[in-house]
Design a protein around this ligand. Structure first.
Ligand SMILES: [Zn+2]
Length: 114
């Protein structure tokens, strides 16, 4: 393959199905291609539903040799993904998951209570 970086599309879809369409971190439902349908079925504005777009996340960072395969890719919502990478030192997936769930239970996360 000529491309240096493998596409995340397939491992992301596998992860999405394996996780029953829920975010690895916050466990809220996500959407892949059907923003309008997702938004209306959960009574969300499209701007709210955008946060729950499914993205692919490397458990081990690409820069640290993590592969884009099904063992290293999980499906996470756009919100959790963005906030993890906004941190100076991204926490490990386990630590971040614990942090997200702590915040969610305190009502301090983007919890839509879906
Ligand atoms: Zn999430």
């Amino acid at each position: 393959m000529a491309r240096a970086r493998k596409s995340l599309v397939k491992p992301r879809l596998i992860a999405f199905n394996r996780q029953a369409g829920r975010c690895f971190y916050c466990e809220q439902p996500m959407w892949m291609n059907n923003l309008d349908e997702f938004a209306s079925s959960h009574r969300l504005k499209p701007s709210q539903a955008m946060h729950l777009k499914c993205t692919g996340e490397h458990l081990q960072a690409h820069s640290e040799g993590g592969k884009a395969d099904r063992t290293n890719i999980v499906a996470v919502c756009a919100y959790c993904n963005r906030l993890r990478h906004q941190r100076k030192e991204p926490p490990t997936p386990e630590d971040y998951k614990a942090l997200v769930n702590r915040r969610l239970s305190q009502g301090k996360w983007y919890g839509l209570r879906l």
